[in-house]
Design a protein. Structure first.
Lengths: 209, 171
């Protein structure tokens, strides 16, 4: 393979470069784009990159968090012997809805495709963002309540195993936005509670309007 | 820290936009390219203090990852079907169909090596930085990919006869 041959090949490839016809960017748009980027609040993680590359530990903690939240409800049922020191109380000004994870059998049960009718049966439904995933508790700040008594926050607590299952099912991540529903104080799985999407939001809208 | 990041970003970013735009225009549809450009810049902004002195290969690597993520989520959202349908109308007929075909017949990584070499005009060391392989490996694989492409092109010319004149008559 000679240099001349390489150069010819490179020229031929370059002639087929699809970007040759690309007009230069409009300088005004570029300036605006840079401005937008630089005004991005760096402490809030961007949805696309923020949760990527988290170690398994984070997920574990996250899972534990959800489970603990779920645990409040599950306690009675599961009858754990370790006393859940009274569930953390809300900060003075913030109201909290406490939820728990479904019992492990929920995951084995057959799932129906999420639909408005079934969703409408849920007693709690909201659109919220995970603010903390720590110490066995998932805390969400609620942006919009579809059903249930509106509170500022929702906490999901459950024993580790159950929380882990729930976090896996719903894919709770720090900073992520979710549509969550619950009955009997237990988060519904099977796709009824899931990362926010326009489709699911439309379903929630339909179910609770 | 905040000031130095701002300074660094303001110094570097304007020079990154055009190359990254072109990088993306070569690899995806205009709409996705725009999204991924913004996302790539956001990553640069967040990590401005980590930007190397020669930022381009690093930034291409970021763009590559962002593009992969965008394509993954696009697949998830089944938007891809719509995009595939839209493509033939948008896409120009290839200038050099023999080359397109030979390139498409290579393994994805080989074709990407050749694109980075010819279109982004990177050195083997820079290609290595984009793809996350050593300069040495990039150099070896690039040589191999060039040879493969040349062989395919030669074979095709042999089989198709007067390749050049046929192309000239393309509408």
């Amino acid at each position: 393979m000679t240099d001349r041959h390489d150069a010819e090949l490179r020229d031929r490839l370059r002639a087929a470069d699809p970007a040759t016809a690309l007009p230069p960017a409009d300088p005004e748009r570029v300036a605006r784009l840079l401005e937008d980027v630089m005004s991005t609040e760096l402490t809030t993680e961007n949805r696309a990159t923020g949760t990527r590359g988290r170690g398994p530990l984070t997920w574990l903690v996250a899972a534990a968090a959800v489970l603990i939240i779920a645990g409040v409800g599950v306690f009675a049922i599961v009858g754990h012997d370790d006393d859940p020191a009274a569930p953390p109380t809300a900060a003075d000004s913030e109201t909290v809805t406490e939820l728990s994870a479904p019992s492990p059998t929920a995951y084995a049960a057959k799932c129906m495709v999420p639909n408005a009718e079934a969703l409408a049966q849920q007693t709690v439904a909201f659109d919220g963002t995970v603010t903390t995933l720590a110490d066995g508790v998932v805390t969400l700040t609620v942006g919009h309540w579809y059903a249930g008594d509106p509170t500022d926050l929702v906490r999901v607590q459950a024993p580790a195993e159950e929380l882990r299952a729930l976090v896996g099912a719903v894919e709770f991540r720090q900073g992520g936005r979710y549509l969550v529903s619950a009955t009997n104080g237990q988060v519904t799985v099977c796709g009824f509670s899931a990362p926010y999407s326009a489709d699911l939001a439309a379903l929630y809208e339909q179910a609770f309007s | 820290m905040d000031e130095s990041r701002r300074d660094r970003f303001e110094e570097v970013a304007p020079g990154l936009i055009e190359p990254v735009r072109r990088y993306l225009a070569r690899r995806t549809d205009p709409e996705t390219a725009e999204d991924v450009l913004a996302e790539t810049l956001l990553v640069c902004w967040r990590r401005a203090t980590e930007l190397p002195d020669q930022p381009l290969p690093w930034v291409y690597a970021v763009a590559r990852n962002c593009l992969r993520n965008a394509e993954r989520s696009a697949r998830r959202q089944e938007r891809v079907a719509a995009r595939i349908m839209a493509l033939p109308a948008d896409a120009e007929p290839p200038e050099d169909p023999a080359l397109e075909e030979a390139l498409a017949a290579l393994r994805a990584e080989e074709a990407e090596l050749l694109r980075l070499w010819a279109w982004e005009q990177l050195t083997p060391a820079e290609i290595g930085a984009v793809l996350g392989i050593t300069p040495n490996a990039a150099s070896i694989r690039l040589t191999r990919a060039r040879k493969k492409l040349s062989d395919r092109l030669r074979k095709r010319v042999g089989a198709a006869g007067h390749e050049e004149s046929r192309e000239g008559r393309r509408p």
